[in-house]
Design a protein around this ligand. Structure first.
Ligand code: AMP
Ligand code: ZN
Length: 140
């Protein structure tokens, strides 16, 4: 536990949150400022800052729980689907890994979430990204 971390405190029960499910490895609670009501956050109990920091043995528990959350928002709230997201460092306001699961409905207005998009200048520009990424993946 990191003493100044708000999500560690929630996982530890030191500060109140609207917890909807918890297990040995994860805690799932309502986001206090939801994009839509029912917006959930899934966190590992132990403190890890980003997805890259999460050990392999906790990947499945965290993402199985995130999958359960996508099912729960449909079953409980009549959502037609959901949006799942993880901010890593950039736009991450709480530096304890958390998966957002946001209930979605057709026409709910969230379609601009990832805009604006940009195009590659040409094929060479795009291929340059392909080769740099391939090389990086091979070294991971
Ligand atoms: P991000 O910007 O991806 O780091 O998301 C952090 C999220 O945590 C935001 O959506 C906040 O509304 C939410 N949040 C911050 N503090 C609390 C809290 N004490 N209880 C529940 N949600 C929180
Ligand atoms: Zn923490």
């Amino acid at each position: 536990m990191k003493s100044d971390c708000i999500f560690c405190k929630i996982a530890n029960g030191d500060i109140k949150a609207d917890v909807v499910e918890e297990d040995e490895d994860t805690v799932t609670f309502l986001d206090a400022s939801p994009v839509f009501p029912g917006h959930l956050l899934i966190v590992p109990r132990r403190h890890f800052e980003t997805l890259a920091d999460l050990p392999d043995n906790l990947l499945a528990p965290v993402f199985l729980q995130a999958r359960r959350a996508t099912q729960a928002v449909v079953a409980a709230l009549g959502a037609e689907g959901s949006f799942m997201a993880v901010n890593n460092k950039i736009s991450q306001t709480v530096p304890h890994l958390h998966v957002h699961v946001i209930p979605r409905r057709k026409g709910d207005g969230l379609k601009g979430f990832f805009w604006p998009r940009r195009s590659y200048t040409d094929d060479a520009h795009r291929q340059d990204f392909v080769s740099r990424l391939k090389e990086a993946f091979e070294k991971l």
